[in-house]
Ligand binder design. Structure first.
Ligand SMILES: Nc1ncnc2c1ncn2[C@@H]1O[C@H](COP(=O)(O)OP(=O)(O)OP(=O)(O)O)[C@@H](O)[C@H]1O
Length: 406
């Protein structure tokens, strides 16, 4: 191994023995630290992206994360710009792409979730091509300081349900408009901005507003192309809160701060990440995190910038008057008075079965969505989602525009 000395310590490329993997080296890190006589946490191992049998070992004499790193202020001017959220151990900037991506920020209490959320929000408020909505079921404690930059803030389960249902209506309208003029994706501009819905404590939403979770899952599955994105934070990444992984699998940006238990790493990031070196249970200060996103597939420790309450106040005040409105089409979809929030009273006892039977017995020209809503007693979103799932499984097909058959 040949070593290169840099500002922070030294690094060298390691060639593994035949059959050995980087996970084997990661598992030996404490022993390597002991043999080298370094402080615990000084040795880092990174996979060589080009060769499974090679890795880079870094030994950090100086820790750039030793102290809080002040936030330099917003750098993004469009949702298309990656957002600078902090620095890696080698002092390079952590840049997170957010356009057409949902994001999940997870970590135990006091790990710095609000900090990361605030860095991202501090940048998003400076982007004239994003409308921000917020859901904060802790009485608005976290998001209220940003209220002047949020087009809407929901602080009760009912408001959250309404908001997410509106988001689904918007994404459906946008998808429909895109299919009419053959555009594949919604390109955010200040006239037709993206919609980012910030949800602080997703588990709280799952506990108190199960209907809203259905809408959130719809947004997670179908929102990206039409620039309706979720930015969620959670302290409790339980299977239940994460919809058994359904939500998480749609979140292509995952920020994992310190977790209490090793298995939480896999709940926030993914299976196998712990043994691949994503040791979020060993992060030792608030704001430290691992990032999994496009261009970030190695377990590199990072630390978020520290955003003070003063930063939040100043930034919100600076950008409050520059926030865009939704485009007319999306606004109309959200305002639609006829859209019922509650399921109709005559919901079938087994809506799934009722749907399948109706499709099986449909006339040759198929049944319309309205007829399927009538038969199942379920809302449009549910019917639409189930039809997509049945179509993907090959048990339902669209005979003509908006008409379905088994
Ligand atoms: N990037 C950071 N650098 C240094 N200190 C930080 C950083 N982020 C947060 N802190 C400090 O850690 C503490 C907890 O941060 P924060 O409120 O963001 O955590 P949290 O995970 O959101 O907590 P909770 O689960 O209670 O909402 C705060 O006192 C804050 O000053």
């Amino acid at each position: 191994m040949s070593a290169v000395v840099d500002t922070w310590g030294w690094r060298g490329r390691v060639k593994l023995r035949p059959g050995q993997s980087v996970a084997d080296v990661v598992a030996r890190v404490p022993a390597i630290e002991s043999a080298l006589g370094t402080r615990p946490g000084a040795v880092r191992v990174e996979q060589d992206p080009a060769h499974a049998g090679r890795c880079t070992m870094r030994v950090l004499a100086v820790d750039p994360h030793a102290g809080a790193i002040p936030w330099p202020g917003p750098t993004a001017r469009s949702l298309a710009d990656p957002i600078d959220i902090g620095v890696f151990e080698d002092a390079t900037t952590v840049q997170v792409p957010l356009l057409r991506r949902h994001a999940l920020i997870g970590g135990t209490t006091d790990s710095g979730k609000s900090g990361v959320l605030n860095v991202i929000l501090g940048n998003l408020v400076a982007c004239p091509d994003v409308v921000l909505w917020g859901i904060d079921l802790k009485g608005g404690m976290e998001l209220r300081p940003w209220v002047s930059c949020l087009a809407r803030l929901a602080t009760t389960p009912d408001e959250a349900n309404r908001m997410l249902s509106d988001a689904v209506a918007i994404l459906e309208t946008r998808a429909h408009a895109a299919s009419q003029d053959n555009t594949r994706v919604w390109e955010p501009t200040s006239q037709s901005p993206a919609l980012v819905i910030v949800i602080d404590e997703y588990a709280e939403l799952a506990d108190t507003a199960p209907d809203a979770v259905g809408h959130a899952e719809s947004v997670a599955r179908r929102g990206r192309a039409v620039a309706v994105d979720l930015l969620t934070a959670t302290q409790r990444p339980t299977q239940r809160a994460m919809g058994g992984g359904a939500i998480r699998s749609q979140m292509s940006v995952r920020v994992c701060l310190r977790v209490r238990e090793r298995r939480d790493v896999e709940l926030i990031l993914d299976k196998g990440m712990l043994s691949a070196g994503w040791h979020a249970h060993t992060l030792d200060a608030p704001g430290k995190f691992y990032l999994l996103a496009d261009g970030h597939n190695q377990p590199r420790r990072a630390r978020a910038y520290l955003v003070t309450d003063e930063h939040v106040r100043e930034t919100a005040a600076q950008y409050a008057s520059t926030r865009p409105d939704l485009d007319a089409l999306s606004q109309a979809a959200a305002d639609q008075p006829s859209r019922a929030l509650e399921p109709p009273p005559n919901q079938a006892s087994d809506p799934e079965q009722a749907l399948r039977t109706a499709l099986d017995q449909a006339p040759d020209e198929g049944l319309s969505i309205a007829e399927l809503i009538d038969t199942t007693g379920m809302r449009r979103t549910w019917v639409y989602d189930r039809l997509q799932a049945l179509a993907a499984a090959g048990t339902a097909r669209q005979v003509s525009r908006g008409r379905w058959h088994a």
